[in-house]
Design a protein around this ligand. Structure first.
Ligand code: ADP
Length: 387
């Protein structure tokens, strides 16, 4: 009995040391991973400053700043997601999601990225897919992006293919590549957080993408698997519940705001400027407010059909505003959002009167579809039916 207990203790000790070793390696790599894009951003911003009238070099500098900033955001997001997943705090937010839109976005993003590496990005649909399904579109996108990015990162010749199929309320996704493939013994390790295989050392990465993807797929009710691709390379695949849903075009759930008036409340001018432009482009009429008195003033003047409120505002709580809106009898749509994916934040927002909670950054198409969906639910008289 003693020997068994001793063995178990020793195993625990080995496991803890292994986790600690991976975490230390991760922190060292993280600091390098953060510094590289930051140096790029600062360097290109400086060059932009000097470029002044030379529009071609301005375009190139802006593109590189964007690319580096995007990489930084995904790095920070990954670290935060992993922490929330470890704490069991990450909640899913299923919303009507357009599968065709997701595939088109992947094609637009990855075709040129693959081309720059001299490989091909292929998109296949097996059978027909419903137009709208109820799924956490942001997380689904995140998983697919992780898998395709890996495929392209580790493949030097041939192609990376994204294959989708749908049957009986379940969505099947697989990403195959003609890269080096994954050794059988490494197949369990690659899903561990902070783990990277030796051959990956010269590529960018923090060893979190697959760990997060596997945990997200599990939360969605599936499991992420890896296999050999016949003919060489690897195939990552999963199946998750994604029931088809009906969304009326021309008023509900679609991406066209159709002139509907909404009020956006956020204390960040950057967010107000960025998202009000995106929403206006999709046909919404957008008023913005940066604090509570301004929010009330715009609310009384403009009578919006829906209000979009940030949960975390500097001086005051978004929840207070939502509660007061409902207390005054506002029966229109209230969408709360914030950068936090914690379950308790969603609960706080919902109990303050929100109809829906979204996590920033929100894809513009998801935001439009969500606003439309809530407006349809709350004020169906506004829906004019198909045009
Ligand atoms: P990262 O790419 O940041 O290292 P991931 O968690 O995405 O982290 O992947 C973990 C490891 O799995 C990588 O270091 C790499 O060795 C291996 N891997 C992932 N995807 C592929 C792929 N498509 N082909 C070959 N190896 C892969």
């Amino acid at each position: 009995e003693l020997t068994a207990a001793n063995d178990a203790l020793q195993r625990r000790h080995q496991e803890t040391s292994e986790i600690s070793r991976r975490k230390s390696g991760f922190i060292a790599r993280l600091s390098h991973e953060l510094r590289t894009p930051l140096t790029g951003i600062l360097g290109h911003a400086g060059l932009l400053h000097d470029a002044k009238r030379d529009t071609t070099s301005i375009d190139e500098n802006v593109r590189l700043i964007e690319a580096n900033a995007t990489h930084l955001v995904s790095l920070v997001d990954n670290v935060l997601d992993q922490a929330s997943l470890e704490a069991g705090q990450l909640a899913l937010h299923p919303v009507p999601t357009r599968l065709g839109g997701l595939c088109r976005d992947m094609e637009a993003t990855f075709t040129s990225l693959a081309k720059t590496k001299g490989i091909e990005f292929r998109l296949h649909r097996r059978g027909s897919l419903p137009e709208w399904v109820e799924v956490d579109g942001t997380r689904l996108r995140q998983i697919v992006i992780n898998l395709v990015t890996n495929g392209i990162k580790y493949t030097d010749r041939g192609f990376v293919a994204l294959i989708t199929a749908w049957a009986d309320g379940r969505l099947q996704v697989s990403v195959s590549d003609t890269g080096p493939g994954i050794d059988r013994r490494a197949r369990e390790r690659i899903f561990l957080p902070f783990h990277r295989e030796g051959g990956a050392s010269e590529k960018r990465g923090a060893g979190l993408g697959l760990a997060i993807s596997a945990q997200l797929v599990e939360l969605m009710g599936g499991s992420l698997r890896v296999d050999d691709r016949p003919g060489g390379g690897s195939v990552f695949g999963f199946t998750v519940p994604a029931p088809a849903c009906e969304v009326m075009v021309g008023g509900s759930g679609g991406e066209d705001g159709g002139g509907k008036r909404i009020l956006m409340v956020d204390d960040s001018t950057d967010i107000l400027v960025l998202y009000s432009r995106l929403l206006a482009k999709s046909g919404f009429v957008v008023d913005t407010a940066a604090d509570e008195p301004e929010a009330w003033q715009k609310f009384e003047q403009q009578r919006p059909v829906a209000v979009l409120v940030d949960l975390y505002l500097k001086e005051w709580e978004g929840t207070g505003l939502m509660q007061r809106l409902r207390a005054r009898g506002f029966s229109g749509g209230v969408v709360a959002w914030s950068a936090s994916s914690l379950r308790e934040d969603k609960q706080r927002a919902m109990s303050a009167g929100a109809d829906m909670y979204l996590v920033k950054p929100v894809e513009p198409t998801v935001l439009c579809a969500s606003l439309n969906e809530i407006i349809l639910r709350r004020t169906p008289q506004l829906v004019t039916g198909p045009e």
